[in-house]
Design a protein around this ligand. Structure first.
Ligand code: RB5
Length: 146
């Protein structure tokens, strides 16, 4: 798979751990920035990753900001995207298995590099269960038309 990564200055601290998880699993990555600690606006990087997924340039994505909250809220405003804010390994698993999320978001100010590595590996290694969960995901997406 090809995985798009986007972050702001608050999340960049986790980027190397996320890249290591992707590479250790044998996947490729696209680093869509940011690239240093200069203050930037996380919605811009959420949009870059969402656009890459919707264009078929990436299969999944990882977004990083200070808490993971802002960048996940931004991503979930993009039609067609399901982004899960993840702070534990079980949620990383469920975000793929039950929610079929294309993206997880984590926070550089609340999650350690080791945990970000583990959560990324779990998210990327877990398959969507389908079945009753597919119906529920369909219902989530139908809310976009409300
Ligand atoms: C940036 O200071 C910070 O607000 C951002 O990284 C993120 O935590 C927002 O949710």
């Amino acid at each position: 798979m090809k995985i798009a990564i986007g972050c702001d200055h608050g999340g960049i601290v986790l980027k190397d751990n996320v890249i290591k998880a992707i590479v250790d699993l044998g996947h490729e990555f696209i680093d869509l920035g940011c690239y240093d600690l200069s203050s930037v606006d996380y919605p811009d990087y959420a949009k870059k990753v969402c656009d890459a997924i919707l264009a078929g340039e990436a299969d999944k994505g990882v977004l990083l900001c200070g808490t993971g909250i802002g960048i996940s809220i931004a991503a979930n405003k993009v039609k067609g995207i399901r982004c899960a804010h993840v702070t534990d390994n079980f949620s990383a698993q469920m975000s793929a298995e039950h929610n079929n999320a294309q993206i997880i978001a984590m926070g550089g100010r609340i999650t350690s590099g080791e945990d970000a590595y583990t959560f990324t590996k779990t998210f990327l290694s877990t398959a969507f269960a389908g079945g009753r969960h597919a119906l529920r995901v369909d219902k989530i997406m139908a809310l976009e038309n409300n």
